[in-house]
Design a protein around this ligand. Structure first.
Ligand code: GLA
Length: 486
């Protein structure tokens, strides 16, 4: 069973891993089977992407634009690109695992702290270089970035706060990230303890300016939880953020086992906790809450930062724990529900479709497939996943097999009477069609059949060329500026 498959209709399912595990057959096998999103636990943190030694060696050269390096994340990004896996970039601005010299004149901690103005430049250029590098080299791979991590938790106890003298670095970080990120790279604030009411209020206040400016997309709830936590509360807090317009992700989920009990009891409680959480998430998603990704913070218990509390879905030998089995059982239900809705939507589309332009035999095949699907969807039918999947495949095949009527067979009542005055706004009737190539292509699915062009047919070639060039330029502009058009 595969979590990414079972929950694929709801959200991405990720894990965090160092690149080293992706080079081992066993770990890579498990990761690629279960997950479609990866986060580097440490390799993308400032201590790794900032080349502080280069900055210290040539402080003038790097005064406004810190040296960066990508050797720690490049192999993982290559892996993701090659395998169609999504990547969460964690994290740009953080009080921890960030060289202190970044905040000092000449990158020298024995001297003075830099001014907020210079720090803003360093911040902007750090973000710019990283986001541009990702987009240039791995377009579309990085789908989410933790632009700011744990600023509410760190409070004033952070070099960022000390250097700026306030929290303005949060708004600035999102402003710069928005300036350089492509549209498909979502910008997140990430923190722990996000279900506590006071933390929640604090986070919402700290993000208000950036949110109102449209620079922040989402909130990551790290979700370092324990089996005794109330999972309803956790997801209720998520809904409050989501109601404010934030896209939501669980970014570092782990659920530690309780302190007492036999291992069997502990694992059973942990399984129940994972199941409660995911049941709430799936329900919330069905209710329309914008939850896009859930990342489990480690591949197996022994790699977890809380390894002694066994918080992950797999044992050190990669065998499944009860928590994994519980998520699979719940995921099977969730997938079945999603497939039922999906099939219902397909049936509705098919029933609303105008089939008069297809041969009666090919329409009959589609009608049979739709009727078979309706029987599966009927009250009390209790279809299996395999039956539902088959029904969808059958409808798709019948739809692809629709054969358009040849002009002679078409119902003449629907076409303009040749004796009528031709109406230039109407698509030419089959008898008047000067171009035999423009008749519908029987190999194409109905939604791919081109409409005869109304503008193109009579347009002089030069005008058409000018029109195409303008359209291409306009498309290019839209592409480049897409993030700012939201
Ligand atoms: C925080 C950070 C993570 C990681 C964990 C421990 O949650 O956001 O990057 O350091 O602590 O793994």
């Amino acid at each position: 069973a595969s979590l990414k498959d079972l929950y694929g209709d709801y959200f991405l399912i990720g894990t965090c891993t160092p690149y080293a595990l992706l080079r081992s057959e066993d770990y890579e096998g498990l990761i690629s089977q279960q997950y479609n999103s990866l986060t580097s636990e440490n390799e993308a943190k400032p201590e790794n992407l900032l080349d502080i030694n280069a900055c210290i060696a040539e402080p003038e050269k790097y005064n406004e634009s810190p040296a960066v390096k990508f050797d720690t994340i490049e192999p993982t990004l290559q892996y993701c690109q090659k395998n169609g896996v999504k990547y969460r970039l964690h994290a740009l601005v953080w009080h921890s695992q960030t060289p202190t010299a970044l905040f000092y004149e000449n990158y020298d901690t024995s001297g003075n702290r830099v001014s907020p103005e210079l720090m803003s430049k360093r911040l902007e250029n750090y973000i710019k270089q990283i986001l541009e590098w990702c987009e240039e080299n791995y377009p579309g791979v990085v789908y989410a970035v933790d632009v700011v991590n744990e600023a509410a938790s760190a409070g004033q106890n952070s070099e960022w706060y000390r250097t700026f003298g306030d929290y303005s670095f949060i708004t600035k970080a999102f402003e710069y990230a928005d300036k350089y990120a492509p549209e498909d790279m979502k910008l997140f604030y990430n923190d722990y303890g996000m279900a506590s009411a006071s933390k929640q209020q604090n986070v919402i206040n700290l993000l208000r300016e950036a949110k109102e400016a449209g620079w922040v997309d989402g909130i990551g709830m790290q979700s370092h939880l324990s089996a005794t936590d109330n999972m309803d509360n956790h997801v209720n807090a998520l809904k409050i953020y989501a109601d404010l317009g934030y896209e939501m992700q669980l970014t570092e989920l782990d659920i530690t086992v309780p302190w007492s009990g036999t291992e069997e009891e502990k694992f059973a409680q942990q399984a129940t906790a994972y199941e409660n959480l995911f049941r709430n998430l799936v329900e919330a998603k069905k209710q329309g809450y914008n939850i896009t990704s859930v990342t489990i913070w480690g591949v197996a218990d022994n790699f977890s930062w809380k390894n002694s509390q066994l918080p992950i879905l797999f044992n050190a030998d990669l065998s499944k724990k009860p928590a994994f089995d519980a998520l699979v059982a719940l995921g099977e239900e969730a997938k079945l529900d999603a497939t039922v809705s999906n099939l219902q939507a397909i049936v509705n589309d098919m029933e609303a479709m105008d089939t008069t332009m297809y041969t009666s035999d090919s329409v009959a095949a589609l009608t049979d497939a739709v009727n078979a699907a309706k029987a599966l969807l009927a009250e009390g039918a209790n279809p299996t996943q395999a039956q539902l999947d088959q029904a969808i495949a059958d409808i798709e095949a019948a739809q692809a097999g629709l054969v358009p009527n040849t002009p002679e067979e078409e119902n003449p009542g629907e076409n303009p009477d040749p004796g009528d005055t031709p109406n230039p706004d109407e698509t030419p009737g089959p008898d008047e069609n000067p171009n035999p190539d423009a008749s519908p292509d029987p190999d194409k699915a109905p939604d791919q059949v081109e409409e005869p062009s109304k503008t193109g047919d009579n347009m002089p070639l030069a005008a058409l060329t000018v029109f195409s060039v303008c359209a291409a330029v306009a498309a290019g502009v839209v592409f480049v500026k897409k993030r700012h058009l939201r």
